[in-house]
Write a protein that binds this ligand. Structure first.
Ligand SMILES: [Ca+2]
Ligand SMILES: [Ca+2]
Length: 497
């Protein structure tokens, strides 16, 4: 449909009946170099987007919403590296947020992978690049014995670099930013509130960048609503009394179908529910400053006459559990509450208010922006460009995707809540199949059980289960093009016995 529209516009252009400027495209867009504003919110779940009015009005209503967008490893650091490298975690190797092993910024730095990222690719293609906000967990801790580098370190590819050090900024007051190589301390006055500070830096970047004629890439990554979840003072109490969504998965009544780590979690008492609701209220309150930031950025792009030549992508790094499956909070899990994340894209050629239902992944971000910028996609990339989903066509698309969890703090027999064993899962439109390192397995028929309440793994015929298992094992080891061809292969139909 979009292809047909483009063709008729091209004919009108050729006939001289309309001009490029009438199409609302800047000359640089016509040459294939749009600007990018990518906003990655920290721990934002899908449902809470409904409570962000500017996002809904300026992005959702004006762009396309991806209804099946997933973080392949639903955890801050692995997910962000997947975005920057276009890879599954088993290929980029950053598996956890903290700890000694394959964790956090130190692991990414030590891998050398920072030399080829979304930032370096766009920078080399002539983009002015900026990271404003969160980079990776563990960037850079003072006197970190794992990597003896200064906190003024700036990774390759970034022209503007404004990010918090020492993992302190989550508190939103009393933190230190690395501002282009200089450490700047912020205090606890109202105007030190981190989201507002980042918003001001972002506006300071966009205004001159829009005037240069060169395309720009802004990677804007607020630290909300991540714990400790601190709202701006002006928003405190705005959602008092709001209750976390009581979906059928909330405080799951019957967990006899579930693996041990869920089965041994108790049902909630009133006190625990109050804690969940309080967290939910603070999350929505802290998102209001993010919503205001989105509005300010869109207004500035408009004022600089570059809104029509800019792709704005709004997404999260992982979902967030708020009571589902008896877990009071958290994210390291194969269920949709943790893996499914928002993605809204507005920009040239995208139909207002449209939906994309195909399976899309955080690792698709790099190839998507690379393809829009006419940059060749590095051979190590596992993901794929999402552009065909809004320009085209019913050409083939991935039928399934891999989720990976690496047991961030797994201690068997202890602390059942949030103590997820390492897992691998296969997610299609119709099914979720999970294998834990404990040997436990889950299979959900999403056509009748979208909340993943009834594990039917014992009812799926063995040959079918064998094919799912084999596909999952293949994906768990796949590299680059092999990942894409395995993802494209249809899975056999399954029917509970
Ligand atoms: Ca996160
Ligand atoms: Ca159940």
């Amino acid at each position: 449909m979009m292809v047909r529209l483009l063709k008729s516009l091209l004919i009108l252009l050729a006939l001289g009946l309309i001009t490029v400027s009438q199409l609302g495209l800047s000359p640089s867009t016509a040459q294939g170099h749009p600007n990018f504003v990518t906003i990655v919110v920290d721990d934002l779940d899908v449902a809470s987007v409904a409570q962000m009015p500017a996002v809904n009005e300026l992005l959702t209503a004006e762009g396309t919403t991806f209804t099946r967008f997933f973080a392949t490893t639903p955890l801050c650091c692995p997910s962000r590296v997947s975005m920057l490298r276009g890879q599954y975690a088993h290929n980029h190797g950053v598996l956890r947020n903290d700890g000694e092993d394959a964790a956090g910024f130190p692991a990414f730095y030590a891998s050398g992978e920072e030399s080829v990222t979304l930032a370096t690719l766009l920078h080399e293609a002539g983009y002015e690049t900026a990271l404003i906000g969160k980079y990776l967990n563990g960037y850079v801790l003072a006197d970190d014995p794992r990597i003896p580098i200064p906190r003024t370190y700036i990774p390759p590819g970034w022209d503007t670099w404004i990010t918090g050090v020492d993992d302190a900024p989550y508190a939103h007051f009393d933190y230190t930013l690395n501002v282009n190589g200089a450490l700047v301390d912020y205090g606890h006055d109202e105007d030190d509130y981190l989201t507002d500070v980042l918003s001001a830096y972002a506006l300071d970047f966009v205004k001159p960048a829009a005037g240069t004629g060169d395309p720009f890439f802004l990677f804007l990554t607020p630290y909300s609503p991540h714990t400790p979840t601190v709202p701006a003072p002006r928003h405190v109490g705005k959602f008092r009394g709001a209750t976390a969504p009581r979906t059928p998965a909330f405080d799951e009544p019957d967990v006899r179908d579930k693996p041990e780590w869920i089965r041994s979690s108790r049902r909630f008492n009133e006190r625990k529910i109050a804690v969940i609701d309080d967290r939910y209220q603070r999350r929505l309150e802290s998102l209001q400053a993010v919503d205001e930031m989105v509005e300010a950025i869109v207004d500035e792009l408009d004022a600089q006459s570059v809104l029509q030549s800019t792709y704005i992508l709004f997404l999260s790094d992982n979902g967030y559990i708020l009571g589902e499956h008896r877990q009071p909070n958290g994210k390291d899990a194969p269920y949709d509450a943790a893996t499914r994340i928002p993605l809204i894209v507005r920009g040239p050629g995208i139909s207002a208010g449209s939906l994309v239902d195909e399976i899309a992944l955080n690792s698709d971000l790099l190839p998507t922006l690379a393809s829009l910028a006419d940059v060749s996609i590095p051979p190590f990339v596992d993901g794929r460009s999402l552009v065909p989903l809004w320009t085209d066509s019913n050409s083939g698309w991935r039928q399934s995707a891999l989720f990976e969890g690496f047991g961030i703090e797994f201690r068997p027999g202890e602390r059942p809540e949030l103590n997820t064993p390492p897992f691998k899962a296969l997610r299609s439109e119709d099914a979720l199949f999970t294998q834990y390192d404990t040997g436990e397995r889950e299979f959900y028929d999403l056509t009748v059980d979208p909340y993943q309440l009834d594990n039917i793994v014992d009812q799926v015929p063995d040959p079918i289960l064998g094919e799912y298992s084999q596909r999952l094992d293949g994906l768990a080891k796949c590299i680059a093009a092999d990942c894409r061809s395995l993802e494209d292969k249809p899975l056999p139909p399954f029917h509970a016995g």
